[in-house]
Design a binder for this molecule. Sequence first.
Ligand code: 57M
Length: 358
Amino acid sequence: MIYHLLYPLGSDFIVFNVFRYITFRSVYALLTALVVSIVFGPRFIAWLNRLKCGQYIREDVPTHNGKAGTPTMGGLLIAVSLLSSVLLWGDLTNVYLWLTIFVFVGFGLVGFWDDFLKVVKKKNQGISAGGKLLGQTVVALGAISLLLLQPAYSTILYFPFIKMLQPDLLWFYIPFAVLVMIGSSNGVNLTDGLDGLAIGPLIVAGACFGIFVYVAGHVHIAKYLQVAYVPGVGEVSVFCAALVGAGLGFLWFNAYPAQVFMGDVGSLSLGGVLGFIAVLAKQELLLLLVGGLFVVETLSVILQVGYFKMTGGKRIFRMAPLHHHFELQGVPESKIIVRCWIFSIIMALISLSALKLR
Ligand code: 57M
């Protein structure tokens, strides 16, 4: 909105030309989302408490018993701060920005419905795993189909670090991209089991992909770094910046000991949108590195469940996802969290080096 109101004034007052720049608007999108979430956070948490949106806590990890009653669905605060900031600072004529918003809201609605059943309607299971998957698939399929209608968008898959490998997946690109989005959404959901464990790496990944989409949308930088050029996609940097701001604001309250959890409304929407932004930036495979923590946590569950079934009840880890294994070994929660953040930062830095190492 600010962009549409103030940028046209640039013809009369040169200073307003600054609103043209994605970098300038991204900085203010980050700050706006951060301020909105920090200002409204306490009232929002009090409101969740009044609605009795407390999280049910399983008893098999003893250190979590003290968390009973912590309000969940804090993802709504992330959504409000992120979206208000994007609507304020984004170029609302940009189709990629709207597709990103569509994915964020679509995955968020699936998560909201799950939380609503669990927390408000007190149905312990929420929606079934199949129902959740169906909802995620419908949103992802819709977004990818609309994306492929854009003439500038291609079905080529680019491999990080290997410039020569660029296969065109043609129609296979659709199930591939859908898988990226659903995998990312569920990976974040599995990781969201300790205070700040999911949102920290999401902030890092959001910043990293903000750079990737900016590069992909900039004709000269994309050419210089020899990455795929997708005209117009750079505007999604504003969304990434707002994600970082909203994430930092949420972390303010989710930091150990958490006053609020994000719920599925937060984890599914943020994970899904991260997968979509990786698709937009044509860095789908690099998401495995940027979101390395989510990958490791998911792999720990796959290995644990697979081994359990194969051996008729034996386990590799004390408990999966991996963060529970460390907890049961006696590592303090805050130490696990900060070490996971450090791991995410290292993975993001290695991913950024892929821009140059090709
Ligand atoms: C959701 N949800 C958290 C909170 C958060 C297949 C299996 C591995 C599935 C997995 C599972 O259900 N994962 C998805 C994980 C839950 O957090 C809520 O859920 C939202 C995210 N969807 O926003 O609303 C609990 O996590 C803790 N938490 C925090 N701080 C936070 O900021 O402390 C969350 C956010 C909260 C709170 O305690 O209640 C969760 O962990 O349930 N299942 C599991 O992860 C379970 N693992 C398991 O059963 N392992 C078995 C399997 C693999 C055979 C094994 O290893 O033997 C664990 N879940 C719980 N306790 N609650 C087991 C221990």
